[in-house]
Design a protein around this ligand. Sequence first.
Ligand SMILES: O=C(O)CCC(=O)C(=O)O
Ligand SMILES: [Fe+2]
Length: 249
Amino acid sequence: MEPVRRTAAVSLGFDDWISDTSIDKKQFVEKTKSALEARGYVHLTGQFSLSDYENIANKLGTVFLTTDIRVIEGSRPNDVASSVAFRFHTDSRCARFISWYCVTPGNKTEPTILLDLGDLTDRLPESVCHPLSKIQVAGTEPDRAGPIMWMSETGTRLNFIPWRVAAPANSNEEQALVKLQELIVAKATHFHEAIAILLSVGEILFIDNHRVLHGRPELDKQTARHLKRFWISEDPEEKNRWSQSQASY
Ligand SMILES: O=C(O)CCC(=O)C(=O)O
Ligand SMILES: [Fe+2]
């Protein structure tokens, strides 16, 4: 596999957006895409409007699901609208990219936390990666079930939703899951690779959901924190599949 490139900026500013005077903001979108490709995430700083956000997101693919991420009293435990913490995970494998737009910032203790697993196949031997490509992660329509990892033309892709992982079918799979968990802990603690992003009003965060895990600490039950999350697919058909469903994610 090609080594992970670490050149593109991880943050782009509103000034870059304004100074791109072309109608389709091609240059800005290209910079966003290349940061996502090189680093797995990009933080857009400065005050973007909601329509700027929609505009940029729609250039990365098809936005097929919009979700308000804010604490709503009485929501189901473990729902994204509750105040619970989320350990590192990916969202639906249908979402190639996830983005969050900050409507109202949260407290300083309430960032979104990222962990880049783009180097997974360099860090884990084939004897671990192979079983990981067999272990299934459940998903009910319109969501899709699939393995924890698979290969695409652009490299390894991840689908790791710990609370939906099927029971390992044998000891190889069991060991592989342990190794993956150990790697996540080592990267986040020992190697200090976790990145906490605290969005200010009008800021945007894009991540490659097939590469970068995300999580969050427990939120204050009274927090004003309000993010607008988009799930973005490279497949234009995804929107039709999801619009026919009433499921909430
Ligand atoms: O609240 C957050 O920062 C992220 C929560 C989450 O897992 C999500 O929006 O998919
Ligand atoms: Fe999530």
